[in-house]
Design a protein around this ligand. Structure first.
Ligand code: MEV
Length: 438
């Protein structure tokens, strides 16, 4: 255990690296070399990355890839993905290609409403608070006019403010439950600025409200913050085809469709499976959310809450067979932005948005939902036919060979060899040793 450090954030980058290298690693020189090797050669680009967060030592790379051939609402996209897991991009691309000649993916925006709340404590008569809220509501809206004017010009702003009573659950607890339209911005700063002003106005006006007793005037604001649960910022994506189109060398079409629907039904009712099923969906969603500079923690939190909205964690996707037609769809909440935040700062995020043909936030919602659906289709398809390991291990082969220190020439030979042989850790090791001993 190393000793605590004082004023670490005030050290220069070189000093920070020096401290870490000497206090937390066994080979300080190797640590310093490694951290410097991952710096960008352009000092301006490096400075930009240094300033995204505090105490930056270097950059942490993730592969940036694209999955092409996604036909979404009759428009073709190559979808950028940032992810470390081998096989995710390959699976997405395979799904995209599969649905390309079957009409592609169809999507629908079911809502774009964002949420924020002022949580406060009021000790007094609830009816008096309700009357006060009616009077103060226009003042609350008026008080944020400076913050909302630009958003309003573009057609967004505040949708509504409601007073909600939670005092039975937590003594004296009420909230202003506010809904917003933030258009192409994720809107976190906009929403939080509005909420903090609402809180201030609420407190000020309560003090002036004559019908309140002294105690009632003393509203205590606990906190003002947006919610990452956005059940009314919702998108649906769907694929469908006649069952006969699902025929493959692995399985007859009828059996495949039945097994697929059953697999989704299982994820609907059984939480252990639902979590893994949804994890596969998030493989696609997070990768696009990250590549486009959006907040994947917010998206994850909101989506999993949505998956448990009935008090039971279940599948985000659904599948049905109706009159010989296979239908497979996803419905998820997504609060995304295509302006502001990292979208204007990170060069690769800018490129990702360019590759996506500069989507609006709504269009990005459609694309992200499709990435999740495609990923789930590929995973469940493998699971109910060949099993997941066949494809997974093939994709993992290069990682294994790199770990085992194979040369470029050996890698080429072994990738060819394992096109026709089963990949396991032991079989790869054995095959590599065989080549090396020749
Ligand atoms: C692995 O990252 C994702 C899967 O486990 C998803 C699933 O089981 O549906 C393959």
């Amino acid at each position: 255990m190393n000793a605590p450090v004082e004023g670490f954030s005030k050290l220069s980058k070189t000093q920070k690296i020096d401290w870490i290298a000497h206090n937390c690693t066994t080979d300080p020189k190797a640590t310093k070399d490694l951290l410097e090797r991952y710096w960008n050669t352009d000092p301006d680009v490096q400075k930009l990355h240094d300033e995204f967060i505090e105490n930056t030592l270097t950059n942490y790379y993730l592969p940036f890839a694209v999955a092409p051939n996604f036909l979404i609402d009759d428009k073709l996209y190559a979808i950028p993905m940032a992810i470390e897991e081998s096989s995710v991009v390959a699976a997405a691309s395979k799904s995209a290609k599969f649905w390309l000649d079957k009409g592609g993916f169809k999507t629908e925006i079911l809502g774009t409403e964002k949420v924020g709340q002022v949580h406060f404590i009021y000790n007094g008569d609830a009816e008096k608070l309700r009357s006060f809220f009616k009077i103060v509501k226009p003042e609350l809206l008026e008080s944020v006019a400076v913050i909302t004017q630009n958003m309003e010009k573009r057609g967004g702003g505040i949708n509504n403010i409601e007073l909600r009573d939670w005092s039975e659950q937590v003594e004296g607890y009420y909230q202003l439950h506010c809904t917003f339209e933030t258009l192409d911005a994720m809107g976190a700063n906009f929403i939080n600025s509005c909420l903090e002003q609402f809180a201030k106005t609420l407190k000020e006006q309560a003090l002036l409200h004559e019908a309140f007793t002294q105690e009632e005037k003393d509203i205590e604001v606990v906190m003002s913050i947006l919610s990452n649960y956005v059940p009314n910022c919702l998108v649906k994506a769907e694929v469908s085809c006649p069952i006969s189109d699902l025929e493959s060398k692995d399985m007859p079409a009828d059996l495949f469709a039945q097994k697929f629907v059953r697999a989704v039904d299982i994820a609907n009712v059984e939480p252990y499976r639902a979590v893994t099923h949804n994890k596969g969906i998030m493989n696609g969603i997070d990768a696009v959310v990250l590549a486009t500079g959006n907040d994947f923690r917010a998206v994850e939190a909101g989506i999993h809450a949505y998956a448990a909205r009935d008090g039971h964690y279940s599948s985000l996707t659904h599948a049905k067979i109706e009159e010989g037609v296979f239908r497979f769809w996803i419905e998820i909440p997504l609060a995304l932005g295509t302006v502001g935040g990292l979208t204007t700062l990170h060069p690769l995020v800018k490129l990702a948005l360019e590759i996506l043909q500069h989507p609006s936030a709504k269009e990005l919602m459609r694309i992200v939902a499709v990435a999740g659906l495609a990923q789930n289709f590929a995973a469940v398809r493998s699971l109910v036919t060949t099993g997941i390991q066949k494809g997974h291990m093939k994709m993992h082969l290069l990682n294994m060979l790199n770990q085992m220190g194979a040369s470029e020439e050996e890698k080429v030979q072994l990738v060819e060899y394992f096109k026709h042989h089963t990949v396991t850790n032991a079989s790869v090791k054995e095959a590599l040793e065989k080549i090396q001993s020749r």
